[in-house]
Each structure stands twice: as structure tokens, then as C-alpha cells.
Design a binder for this molecule. Structure first.
Ligand code: C5P
Length: 224
């Protein structure tokens, strides 16, 4: 069966990963959450007190980082591993969300992650979500969707997710973090967040998960 690449880009917390995961599972495709990779790098830098402004320290640290995804049977989804350790819960915490956009703006960090992502999608049959998938990682992706949603709705969704994991964070703090990340992600020099010219816009503010999944699957089916 012919397999293609689906790139889902967009703003923070508008449901990219949840949609991507469902689409991948329905199509029998692999799913890669590239945000998790930048979060894992941020966790490593945080734990090893890497000075983000010191290119030598950053480059040496990058050589020591290995990020992998392993399927968790219990959860029915993949967990993120950093150098063999399951960091899935840790990388979702607020202190990582506060750090990740600074880390992901570093050119060498992006180069290393993009190269790894391109390897992962080499054989197609992949749904990848992030910020620069349709513009930089796979500009030739057959399906490109740019996702967005009202910022308050996004913050409320994120607050619910964090609460389910036991972290109670004020809505204003989350909203502030989302807005800051959107600005930093959109204005950086390397791989900025922007809608690819051939990407279809999907505003998920008032869409159910099922509607989002159907939207992407329809685009996929039209390409076959
Ligand atoms: O998708 P998620 O919100 O987990 O991504 C966390 C952060 O990782 C983003 O705010 C962005 O700074 C960075 N990121 C990126 N490029 C990607 C995916 C994520 O710069 N392809």
C-alpha cells in the first residue's frame, strides 16, 4: 500500500499531538511528536546545567543525547526516552515548557533534531507534529495541516491535561507561557513556526477530536 507523509504544524496546545496520534493509529502509520524531542533536550540541558549561550557546551551536550520512543502497552501510546530513561511525564511539566522555546531556537539543536526527524520519516508512512515539519523537515510532505485555536481555549485544554497529571497551574500562567512560546517560536531565525504555503488551515477551537481526525484522514485519502 502506498504510504505518505503527514505534517501537522501549529501553535502550542491546539491538539496537534492528540490528533496526530489518532490519525497515525487509524492509518497504521508511525507517529512522531517532535515537541517531545525538544522537550527532552531541554530536560538534559536543565539537569546538566548547560549554558545555552555557550556553543561549545551545547554542542558537546548534544553529542551525549539520545532520544527514542517506545510503545507503552498499558497507555496504548509511545513514551519518550532520554538516554534510555523514560522521561515522558517529566518533559510535560511546566518548568520544561518555560525553557523549551529558548532551547529550540538554538541553531545546532535544531540541526540535530531535524536530521533525526528526517531519518525517522525516510520510509514515509509517518504522521509528524511540530512547528517546522511542513516548511523545513519535510517540505515535500504530501499532506500539510496548520493547526490553530483560540488562545484561551488552548490554555484551558492545557490546564486540564496538567491537572490530570497532578500539576495544578493557574490559567493565566499557562496562557502567558503559550503566548510567549508562540511569539518565540514564530520569530526565531531557524525553522520559525509559520504556515507553509501549501498547508491547509484547521482551527480546532470548536472542533471535536473526531472531527479533527476525520479532517486529516480525508486529506490523506485524497492524496492516494
Ligand atoms: O509541541 P510542544 O508544545 O510539546 O513543543 C514544545 C516546544 O518545542 C515548542 O514550543 C517549540 O519551542 C519547540 N518545537 C520546535 N519545533 C518543533 C516542535 C517543537 O521548535 N518541530
Amino acid at each position: 500500500m502506498q504510504k505518505i507523509i503527514i505534517a501537522l504544524d501549529g501553535h502550542s496546545s491546539c491538539g496537534k499531538s492528540t490528533t496526530a496520534k489518532r490519525v497515525a493509529s487509524q492509518l497504521g502509520y508511525a507517529f512522531i511528536d517532535t515537541g517531545a524531542m525538544y522537550r527532552a533536550v531541554s530536560l538534559y540541558f536543565h539537569e546538566h546545567h548547560i549554558a545555552l549561550t555557550n556553543p561549545h557546551e551545547v554542542d558537546e551536550a548534544l553529542k551525549k543525547i539520545q532520544i527514542t520512543f517506545h510503545f507503552n502497552e498499558l497507555k496504548g501510546k509511545s513514551d519518550t526516552y532520554l538516554n534510555g530513561l523514560n522521561v515522558e511525564d517529566e518533559i510535560r511539566k511546566m518548568y520544561i515548557s518555560d525553557l523549551v522555546s529558548e532551547v529550540s531556537a538554538i541553531t545546532t539543536v535544531r540541526k540535530a533534531m531535524v536530521a533525526q526527524q528526517q531519518k525517522m520519516g525516510k520510509h514515509k508512512g509517518i504522521v509528524m507534529d511540530g512547528r517546522d515539519i511542513g516548511t523545513k523537515v519535510f517540505p515535500e510532505a504530501e499532506v500539510k495541516v496548520f493547526m490553530t485555536a483560540d488562545s484561551v481555549i488552548r490554555a484551558e485544554r492545557r490546564q486540564k491535561e496538567l491537572l490530570e497529571k497532578g500539576e495544578l497551574i493557574d490559567l493565566d500562567e499557562i496562557l502567558d507561557n503559550l503566548k510567549k512560546r508562540d511569539v518565540m517560536d514564530s520569530t526565531r531565525e531557524e525553522g520559525p513556526l509559520r504556515q507553509a504555503e501549501d498547508a491547509i488551515l484547521m482551527d480546532t477551537s470548536f472542533m471535536t477530536l473526531e472531527e479533527q481526525v476525520d479532517f486529516v484522514i480525508n486529506l490523506h485519502d485524497k492524496k492516494l
